[in-house]
Design a protein around this ligand. Structure first.
Ligand code: NZQ
Ligand code: ZN
Length: 400
């Protein structure tokens, strides 16, 4: 095995009814004035925000709740909430929701420790994060894996066109994540499908790497692929199925906590390929599309575009995920890609840009995606095959 550093400090509290332990977790990590962030309406409607506020206050914590985070969360909301958190004198940030809420909480936590620094400066690496408030999460959707990841993704809605960027730092690590699968049972099936697709992709992005030779990591990746393949479609059909929703939830954290990419870190600055995430994030920035759906819309096209870089890796993916044993690696690879597209469709996800956007994209839209994805034609993406702006445009075109 290669050299690696593995760091995953988030405490997981998992199981039905476990949300009641949130106050004790906050206390354990030194919180007393809790700035609680949530999304649009789901957590209020389900009664969770009310129950949590009551529970935390009964435990002697002072709570200020602030809602309004939207999917593909906006910088303007993070800035506004940072102001509220500073005024309140928050010493702990609690995120109640999914990736959008958690990533906003991360931005607020960093921003609250440097009130004079525009939050976007951290994202643009114009300012360094040297301190942050502790963050905890009560997770209500299994998808982004932000509850255990070291990244945070925000859309800058203060520029035109908007731009969506992520940052990676250990300051993004949550102190704890309360993961109560029953809290996810109110999810619309579209979000369950998009979440399962994102979970699959967080391992796929790591699996298709140029850094090979870590057998245990591949075995964990194979287990993750097979588990989400089994339980994702069950969750979409039956959101009240505890077994499925709990498996999906744990898959979500395991998929993005670095385990399925272990050993693929060190000699490269990135622990995988991540081209589909970059292609997808550009589409979300411009068109506000659901994150998981942007990934499934391009994955098959990306896979066929890059597979000849290492056809045996794609054959291995097909074998370990679907048990495909075709002798010809090219045939196995193609079969694995087709089966994955079928899986995405079983989740209710699109496998083309037309499916994602609801209309056939025109050249202007494809160029807008390419401009955003290439950061104005200044960067390449991917490591399995390095893709420049022409490749990006070609993939968008073929994915039509
Ligand atoms: O806003 P509300 O009303 O709460 O509704 C939300 C939202 O509309 C709803 N929802 C969440 N829990 C619910 C529920 N509805 C009913 N019942 C519940 N229990 O679900 C919708 C989507 O929520 P969101 O937080 O946007 O979903 P997700 O967790 O998929 O997060 C997506 C965001 O995370 C980023 C994505 O780019 C996107 O912005 N990512 C973050 C990553 C990270 N920090 O590590 C990695 C990912 O690759 C991803 O990029
Ligand atoms: Zn993702």
């Amino acid at each position: 095995m290669r050299k690696f550093v593995y760091y995953a400090p988030t405490e997981i509290v998992f199981g039905p009814g476990e949300w009641v332990k949130t106050a004790a977790e906050i206390r354990k990590f030194g919180g007393s004035r809790v700035f609680m962030i949530y999304g649009g309406h789901s957590a209020v409607k389900s009664g969770l925000i009310g129950r949590l506020t009551e529970n935390l206050e009964e435990a002697g914590l002072t709570v200020l709740a602030s809602g309004g985070v939207v999917p593909n969360p906006c910088l303007s909301t993070a800035e506004q909430m940072r102001g509220e958190a500073v005024k309140f004198g928050a010493d702990f940030i609690l995120a109640v929701g999914g990736g959008s809420v958690i990533d906003t909480a991360k931005a607020v936590a960093h921003g609250a420790c440097a009130p004079e620094v525009p939050i976007w400066d951290f994202w643009m690496k114009k300012a360094e994060i040297t301190r942050s408030l502790p963050i905890g999460t009560v997770l209500t959707i299994a998808a982004a894996g932000s509850e255990t990841s070291d990244s945070a993704v925000i859309t800058n809605d203060l520029v035109d066109p908007p731009t969506k960027r992520g940052i990676t730092t250990d300051f993004n690590r949550c102190r704890f994540a309360v993961m109560d699968p029953e809290l996810t049972m109110t999810l619309p099936v579209w979000q369950i499908g998009a979440g399962a697709a994102d979970i699959f992709m967080h391992t796929s992005e790591r699996f298709f790497t140029t850094i090979l030779g870590n057998h245990l990591t591949d075995e964990i990746a194979g287990g993750l692929f097979r588990d989400i393949l089994k339980y994702g479609p069950i969750g979409v059909r039956d959101p009240k199925n505890y077994e499925a929703m709990s498996e999906i939830m744990w898959c979500g954290s395991i998929s993005h906590v670095g385990l399925t990419g272990l050993g693929a870190r060190g000699d490269t600055s990135r622990d995988g390929d991540w081209a589909c995430h970059q292609l997808g994030m550009a589409m979300s920035a411009i068109g506000d599309y659901t994150h998981g759906a942007t990934l499934t819309a391009v994955w098959g096209t990306w896979a066929r575009y890059v597979m000849h870089e290492n056809i045996s890796r794609f054959a291995e993916f097909a074998r370990m995920t679907y048990g495909i044993t075709a002798e010809d690696p090219e045939k196995a690879a193609e079969e694995g890609i087709t089966r994955t597209e079928e899986f995405f469709r079983a989740l209710g996800m699109p496998t083309s840009l037309t499916g994602l956007m609801g209309h056939k994209p025109d050249e202007k839209e494809l160029h807008a995606f390419t401009d955003e994805c290439s950061y104005g034609h200044t960067r390449t993406i991917g490591t399995f095959k390095v893709l420049d702006d022409r490749d990006m445009l070609e993939i968008y075109r073929r994915a039509e």
